[in-house]
Design a protein around this ligand. Sequence first.
Ligand SMILES: Cc1cc2nc3c(=O)[nH]c(=O)nc-3n(C[C@H](O)[C@H](O)[C@H](O)COP(=O)(O)O)c2cc1C
Length: 357
Amino acid sequence: MSKLFSPLTVKSVTFKNRIFTSPMCMYMAEDGFAGDWHLIHYGSRAMGGAGAIMLEATAVRADGRIGVGDLGIWKDEHIKMLSKIVSFIKSTGSIPAIQLAHAGRKGSTWASGGESRPLMPGEENGWELIAPSAIAFSPAMQTPREMTLKDIEEIQQAFVDAAMRALKSGFELIEIHSAHGYLINEFLSPIPNKRTDHYGGTIENRARFLFEIIEKVKAVWPSDLPIAVRISATDWTEEGWTISDSVWLSKELSKKGIDVIDVSSGGMIPNAKITVGSGYQLPFASTIKREVKDQLLVGTVGMITNAHQAETILTNGDADLIFIGRELLRNPYFPLVAAKQLRSEIPVPKPYELAFK
Ligand SMILES: Cc1cc2nc3c(=O)[nH]c(=O)nc-3n(C[C@H](O)[C@H](O)[C@H](O)COP(=O)(O)O)c2cc1C
């Protein structure tokens, strides 16, 4: 049996294999509501055999969306359709997971596929942005309002409320989105965080916003269900957040009872010089894995596109989980095909059995 297709138990949850769908914004929601698109999109990938299906960055507040089409979990009415998606995912033997997000200074856009256009507060569908400091992401984007202590508390509560709705919907894993230059990442990085209170300055202060969210979420999220945090391991600039900061953060997260660290990178500054290529973010994950050892499960993501590549990452001990994004957009059945290539057992949906013999 390959490592990729061996089951993994985290707390009370058993993943049938180590392929997780990486969260990917669809921008297909209306007023945050999931619809048929989401059911079919996530449902197909569940039928395709991934161990966990992670729903895209799902906004904890309407004004925490990246774009107007973001999925949302800021009101109880969102639960009904999310539950339907969850129930279908579970029926395939996959684990339903959801990424909880607030876009911070990178919100208020019209986005679709790879395109995005900033929307100003007075404009139709636009809203006022908030961030740790009043510094715009780029000259084209609006300058956010610096968050007050009351804002900080309200946003943290929005994460707690969202976690409770995720639980009511039946999700078994939540991921706190602390990557890609969105709100939590904006607190972590010294580039957009110029605060002079106890949420800015030292790394401990910059991490406080995230640590408090974790503490508050853990008070409502069952202790036998796992929590993941996605980070940007580096801002890809020397003035920003670095891999050694990420190693420190990972160790702190393990002490705070986080189960999985999902290691991505970038998104903090426009036009960062990123070396992109096959498995390009793996060195960050493996550096973290070497440091945290068994205290934390480490996920890697980024241009992992074939079964043997994924298997080698696991057998080398560079990571514990493989998040796959675009390859699963191209081919939702990637896990079923990969299992065959690695001569591993995987449950195949009955009507598809003839195709995978
Ligand atoms: C269409 C699209 C939407 C994405 N949306 C999200 C998102 O909602 N949350 C997130 O953390 N990353 C998001 N990402 C990043 C992916 O999760 C993944 O980390 C990235 O695409 C690299 O992995 P890949 O090479 O396997 O695609 C998105 C990527 C794509 C292509």
